[in-house]
Structure formats: C-alpha cells, structure tokens
Write a protein that binds this ligand. Structure first.
Ligand code: UD1
Ligand code: CA
Length: 505
C-alpha cells in the first residue's frame, strides 16, 4: 500500500473513506461485495472473526479500506453470524456501507446472490467479490484485478496465487494445452492430481454483474459440503463460452485469510512490517522494527525516531525529529517537532515542540504541553495545560490544571482536584516557583510570579508576587532524646556530638 503524501507528512494508510481522484474511474466497479457472514469458529472467541483487530482496524475494516480504493458505486457486506455486532461496527466505521443478511450460511455463492438481491437482483458493470477475513489485501491488488478484468474483456477474473501449501484452498484448474483457466475445484472435491496444483483461489473475483446473476441461478449443491459454491460460477461461464481469466497475485501472503489466532498474529506482523517499511523509506528511523508496533492510522514526519519497545496507536502523530521510546505506548497523541518522549504511556495528549516527557511519565487525556515544557519522572497528568518552558520535573500529579509559562512545580506536588464528589480546577500563573511537596487544593489560583513554601497545603488563592506559607511552625524540644530514650544509639550519638562541641570550645 503506497502512502499518500502531504507535504512533510506521510499517512501510512488511508482511513476508510472514498479516495480523491485517481485513475480508478475507468475500472470503477458497480459494486464490491464483502463476504462476512461466517462464524469463524476456529478463532475460539466471543468476538465475531471479522471484528478481531490488527494494527488499529478490524479485519473487515482493512478489507473495506482496500475496497474503498476502488471507489465502487455500491459497497455491500454480507452479514450473518453475530450480525447485530458486525452491523453496528460497520455503521460506525463506514456509514455508507450497505448490509445484506444471510441468515443461514449456505455457501459463498448463496452469499453473493443475497448481496445482489440487496442491489435489486443484478447490476450492470463489474462486481468485485472479496472475503471479510483477508486484511492484507491491498487496494493496489484490487485495482490490478479490476484492470485485468476490464482489459481482457473477461466475464470473470479470479485473483489467484501460488502458495507453498495449498491445503484447504480451491485449486485453479487450467487447460493442459492452452493454460486457460477452466474451473475452480474445492480442496474437498479435488482429485489427487488436482490437489497437487499450487495455484489457488484467493476468494477474490471480478465479475460481469449480469452474467454473475445468471450463473448464480445455475449453481448446485451436489458437492462434498452441500453448499452453493461461488467458485462454480467460473466453470458455468466458461462452458457457456464466456472469457474466464486469472490474475496472479504478486505476493501470496497478501491474500491469506485469517482463520485462527496464529494466522492473526502472523498477519499483524506482516502488516506492521509493511507500515514500518513505508515509514522508514519516507525518512523515519525505526531502531528496532521487531519490537515496534504501529496502527495504520499513525503518521510521521521526516526524521522522527522510534526507539525499541514502542507502540503507537490511533491518531498518534510524530512531528519532524520527534523521538519516542524506548518502551513507550502512545495512543491518539501528538508529539510535535523535536520533542522527546521516554518510557511513557500517553493517551489523548499533545506534546509541544521540543518538550520533554519522562522517563516514566503518564499523560492522560487532555494533557497539553507547550513549547519546551517538561513533564519529568514519575509524573501523572490529566486535563492539564502546561505552558511554554514550564517544568513539572518529579513525582507529581497534575490533574485539572492550567499552568502558565516558565513556572517550576516543586517535586512531589499534588493538584488535589477531587473532593470526593466533583473535580475542581487549579490555575497556576507564569514564572511561579512552587515549593516541593505542595498540595494545591482546588479550586485555587496561584498568581503570576508567586512562590510557595515547601510542604505547603495551599487552600486559598495566592495573589501575584506573594510567598505563600501554609504549614505548621517547627518547634524543637531540646534534650528530648536523652530524657525519653536514654542509652539508645540516638542518645549516644547526640551525647558524642555534644562532647565534641565542648572540647572544641
Ligand atoms: C473459499 C473458496 C475457496 C478459496 C478460499 C480462499 C468457495 C466455495 N471456496 O473457501 O476456493 O480458496 O475461500 O480463502 O468459495 N461466507 C459467507 N457465507 C457463506 C459462506 C461463506 O459469507 O455462506 C464467507 C465467510 O464468512 C468468509 C468467506 O465467505 O469470509 C469464505 O468462506 P469460507 O467458508 O472460509 O470458504 P473456504 O472454505 O475457505
Ligand atoms: Ca476460509
């Protein structure tokens, strides 16, 4: 999948949406049909198979994304098993998708017939059929199939692939003399000789819509599975004298269907590698691709650096020269140019240019760091705006706060935002120096240029330029240890120091 580029920004994969003008129009299909009614029992999951996730998208979401690159007039998903869940998910990720319900899974041919019924029985133009569980299929490959189908003037073109192990797949049977495709035979129905064929049916086809509708009326169920096979359409059209062709996929891994969680993890690895390769070729340093995981929706600018053990999710964006990791997990987080994020978990945060975060920070939703701001070690922030040049260096919680520019928050401070029922806001001005171990009991405002004493519990507003001291007075009770802990190590140490003092006099 080639990244679409904006100046300085690369988007590794488009969201599920219609593409901007490209050479698709000539081969624009009348419909794409996505088959997703099956249960996927081998996933052993309460979640329907096509809703399992890899790289930030559901399996069916990846397929729709590739399908959208064809800019079809209609996009129909055949749903059956868990259709409420699947339907709700489809409505969320691509509201223009139409669904057709296949109550009983009587085979792929039956499924396509139901999709065509949703479109009024038959359609003029090309109908592309894909499976909902092939997330590695690219728009580019689909475009190639549609182009071959159009230029060869075929009634049907199947996307085939040479695979190392063809077990379970339908085999592409070709005429021994001419090499022309004659039929597809399912593994279970194949002879020993046919089972030796390594060219398989990917399950992806381009059809002439009218001929498809006619042929679907003729398919039978006299096969080993007692199902209506879509693959039989090929032989039917061939026998009726129509042109039947195959387009061989360049990379057989692209058409791999996901049936169990081992295949899911293999596909995730392949897709992740594809995304990281695109990023690296566009100028991003990925120190260790083996331990770096990204979603298709993550974007980078040039010279961003990703250190080992880092996961980037959702709409996360790394600006020019931004450096993230090692061991960081960022979701929907924007890291601006030149910022540095180390050993950090962030969700819904915006790290300003040249800001630094971590090691060991937790940025929660609504965190905003200005230019050159710093959130240091063991610091948690939430719904907090931290201004330009402001530092929260150590061991603090900043929740529901606005902090101005060039302020320093002392170590081990807590923005006490919760009274047990409601959250309250704290405002700290610019150029403040707050002492260590402060509690800012919200709602409270610290004026510009103020200082607070270490160990203060600030419950009242501090006027600009003041020093606020809010802690108990210190009292020293001399001789207490000698009276109350006589003979203890402490008493002896104190006594020795007292004697040394006398001898020095
Ligand atoms: C199918 C093909 C086989 C091909 C393989 C590629 C047929 C008869 N066989 O076999 O040639 O090599 O895919 O992976 O087409 N589905 C429905 N409704 C149904 C049946 C299936 O929606 O009634 C959907 C499934 O959810 C799945 C897809 O169609 O997404 C393929 O179905 P599956 O049962 O996995 O077909 P295979 O036996 O793998
Ligand atoms: Ca399958």
């Amino acid at each position: 999948m080639s990244p679409t580029k904006r100046p300085g920004i690369l988007r590794m994969s488009p969201p599920v949406q219609k593409p901007k003008g490209n050479p698709v129009s000539a081969i624009r299909p009348a419909a794409v049909v996505v088959l997703a009614a099956g249960e996927g029992t081998r996933m052993k999951s309460a979640t329907p198979k096509v809703l399992h996730e890899l790289c930030g998208r559901s399996l069916v979401g990846h397929v729709l994304s590739a399908a959208r690159e064809l800019d079809p007039e209609n996009l129909v998903v055949v749903v059956g098993h868990a259709r409420e869940k699947v339907g709700a998910h489809l409505a969320e990720i691509d509201p223009d998708v139409r669904t057709a319900v296949q109550a009983e899974q009587n085979g792929t041919g039956h499924a396509v017939r139901i999709a065509l019924e949703e479109l009024g029985g038959s359609v003029d133009g090309t109908v592309v059929v894909v499976c909902g569980d092939t997330p590695l299929l690219t728009g580019e490959t689909l475009r190639g199939l549609a182009a071959t189908h159009a230029s060869d003037g075929n009634a049907v073109t199947v996307l085939s692939a040479e695979v190392p192990d063809a077990t379970g797949y339908g085999r592409i049977v070709r005429d021994e003399d001419t090499g022309a495709v004659t039929e597809i035979v399912e593994h279970k129905d194949a002879t020993e000789a046919q089972r030796a064929i390594r060219e398989i049916n990917s399950g992806v086809f381009a059809f002439d819509g009218q001929l498809l509708a006619d042929a679907l009326k003729k398919i039978r169920t006299d096969n080993s599975q007692g199902e209506e096979y879509l693959t039989d359409v090929l032989g039917i059209l061939r026998e009726a004298g129509h042109r039947v062709g195959a387009s061989v996929a360049g990379d057989h891994r692209e058409i791999a269907g996901i049936n169990n969680r081992v295949q899911l993890s293999e596909a995730r690895r392949i897709l992740n590698d594809r995304l990281l390769t695109a990023a690296m070729l566009a100028g991003v340093t990925v120190v260790d691709p083996a331990t770096t995981w990204v979603d298709v929706t993550v974007t980078f600018e040039q010279d961003a650096v990703v250190h080992p053990g880092t996961q980037l999710h959702g709409s996360t964006h790394l600006g020019e020269g931004a450096e993230v990791g090692p061991n960081s997990r960022l979701k929907d987080t924007r890291v601006d140019a030149g910022a540095r994020v180390d050993n950090t978990v962030a969700d819904g945060a915006h790290v300003g240019p040249q800001a630094t975060v971590g090691p060991f920070a937790y940025l929660r939703p609504g965190t905003r760091l200005g230019l050159k701001a710093k959130v240091g070690t063991y610091v948690e922030t939430k719904n907090a705006s931290i201004g330009e040049g402001t530092k929260v260096p150590h061991l603090s919680y900043v929740g529901d706060a606005t902090i101005g520019e060039y302020t320093n928050i002392g170590a081990a401070s807590v923005f006490v935002n919760y009274d047990g029922q409601e959250k309250h806001h704290t405002t700290v001005g610019s150029h403040c120096r707050t002492g260590s171990d402060n509690m800012f009991v919200a709602p409270v405002t610290i004026g510009d240029g103020s200082y607070t004493a270490a160990g203060s519990v600030i419950t009242k507003d501090v006027p600009p330029g003041s020093l606020a001291v809010a802690r108990g007075q210190q009292r020293n009770i001399e001789g207490w240890v000698a009276r109350k802990r006589p003979g203890s190590a402490a008493a002896k140490a104190a006594e020795a120091t007292a004697r040394r003092g006398e001898s020095e006099d």
